[in-house]
Design a binder for this molecule. Sequence first.
Ligand SMILES: NC(=O)c1ccc[n+]([C@@H]2O[C@H](COP(=O)([O-])OP(=O)(O)OC[C@H]3O[C@@H](n4cnc5c(N)ncnc54)[C@H](O)[C@@H]3O)[C@@H](O)[C@H]2O)c1
Length: 260
Amino acid sequence: MWNFTGTRALVAGAGGIGSAVVRALADAGADVVVLDRDAAQLAELTRTGGAGATDGTGGTGGTGGTVRGLNVDLTSADACHDAVTDATGFLGGLDVFVHAVGTNDRRPVLETPDDVWDRVVAINLSSGFWLGRAVGNVMVPSGYGRVVYLSSVSGLLAHRDHAPYAATKGGVNQLMRVMAREWAAHGVTVNAVAPGYTETDLTRAYLATPGMRASMEALVPAGRLGRPDDLVGPTLFLSSAEAAFITGQVLYADGGRTLV
Ligand SMILES: NC(=O)c1ccc[n+]([C@@H]2O[C@H](COP(=O)([O-])OP(=O)(O)OC[C@H]3O[C@@H](n4cnc5c(N)ncnc54)[C@H](O)[C@@H]3O)[C@@H](O)[C@H]2O)c1
């Protein structure tokens, strides 16, 4: 369905959604560098690419592209800058960047200490700025680029106990829009995909609390929670050459959650 042959892609985040995107890009022929602080998740994604190649789990990589992991903590400007420099060097340039790192810490505003606020802002928003700026410094002079941020329905809705998370997702939306405006004339589009509740490590413990899954499902007109594969199509579409005239948009992939 997708053809990313020859595309050089950088994905920040090897979690549930990031992994699904990395596998789909590589399956479609892209060479991918993926960044995460979790070495085990990176190892599972690593592939040498090419016909008959083996992936990190012992399966065959088919005719897909390569996947190389870089083990990095993205909570500093220097680490983000260096990661983009290394990735660009490995790949020989950069056509696609997907930001899919994130964290959450659910508690009321009055019980949110500074260190929680700082940690969520650093991972969700500042890494998006630091990585996006470094990526833009490669893409803008080259005259082509596709940037996709994983935002959230929390960037629009006022969920209780989500103050740092919601603030960072609203911030990501605005960061994305300004980058989109500044880089549009240089062939670089910048968009966001906003998932609803999706079954990954980010939500596993929360959904396991009694009654939580049913109450979350009841809020989704589609009648179910999201799966990582639900985000692959929207993210690859916005990462494709065909999405050239779409920029500065938030694409909600939420089963209708933001309709109610
Ligand atoms: N799962 C959901 O319900 C949901 C809903 C809306 C938006 N999102 C967003 O989608 C994106 C991906 O989320 P996910 O569900 O795949 O989460 P996940 O927890 O499965 O993956 C997040 C990844 O980020 C990595 N990470 C966290 N802090 C890091 C750091 N300091 N340095 C490097 N890597 C770090 C983790 O190791 C993990 O692999 C996030 O931006 C998240 O906010 C997720």
